[in-house]
Design a protein around this ligand. Structure first.
Ligand code: NAG
Ligand code: NAG
Length: 224
């Protein structure tokens, strides 16, 4: 409930913000453990959830980057968020030292949302709030989709699980897993008032190309 209240508060504030960012929408991507396939991940075995990958401004085809070099990353500014960020926005390749990943995200993407989010603290806090509000694990469980290396689900099952909960269309990205296909990432689209909106069919198609014929997609289970 606290989360929802803060979210409404944020929305309330942001509705008033005039924005001239030359980008159409904001995009939050959450990636799952399949990101570790073929990579040297340092994700501990207890970590089972989808994590924030990127929160950026974008339109269907273009993601603006490095928009303000005069606002370097400051760990001090987000010190109070570090415990939550460590869990929700970890670096899969360097789980115990995610600061570098946060720095990259701030400089590359966060600085492009300054007009709406004003400062680094707001960028990271807003990402955390949106991520918590969009609890992918919960949406999957509600629809009886469980991480498994032996049971697969269709693209539509994942898609519908999200849509039933949010009433908005996400993007779904897949990745190769041997000769099978694994779910990689869910993407959520927001307008500049940070209200969830349908991702466009164009972006959905761009993101889904690696999902094959969409009939059999695994949500990989890291460990027992
Ligand atoms: C996305 O933004 C870029 C850069 O502003 C622009 O060139 C492109 O036409 C835009 N694409 C769409 C689909 O609006
Ligand atoms: C599932 O597959 C992944 C990727 O190949 C592997 O790392 C993981 O250990 C497997 N999980 C189980 C429970 O066997």
């Amino acid at each position: 409930m606290k989360i929802i209240n803060s979210l409404l508060l944020l929305f309330g504030i942001f509705v008033c913000v005039q924005s001239a960012i030359p980008n159409e929408f904001f995009y939050l991507r959450q990636m799952g453990p399949s990101d570790c396939i073929g990579n040297k991940c340092t994700v501990p075995s207890w970590y089972r959830q989808f994590a924030v990958h990127v929160f950026s401004a974008r339109n269907d085809t273009y993601v603006p980057t490095n928009c303000d070099s005069n606002y370097p990353f400051s760990l001090d500014e987000i010190q109070s968020l570090v415990p939550d960020l460590s869990l929700e926005w970890p670096d899969f390749w360097n789980f115990d030292a995610p600061e570098g990943f946060w720095k990259t995200n701030w400089e590359k993407h966060g600085t492009c949302l300054l007009e709406t989010l004003q400062n680094e603290y707001n960028y990271f806090e807003t990402t955390l709030i949106l991520k918590t509000y969009l609890d992918v694990e919960e949406m999957m469980i509600e629809n009886k989709i469980f991480p498994s290396n032996t049971t697969s689900y269709s693209y539509d099952q994942y898609d519908n699980a999200i849509i039933r909960h949010t009433l908005k269309k996400p993007t779904i990205h897949c990745t190769k897993w041997g000769n099978k296909i694994a779910l990689h990432e869910f993407g959520f689209c927001f307008n500049k008032q940070l209200q969830l909106i349908d991702c466009s069919e164009n972006l959905r198609e761009i993101e889904e190309v690696e999902c094959g014929d969409k009939s059999s997609i695994y949500m990989i289970q890291l460990s027992q």
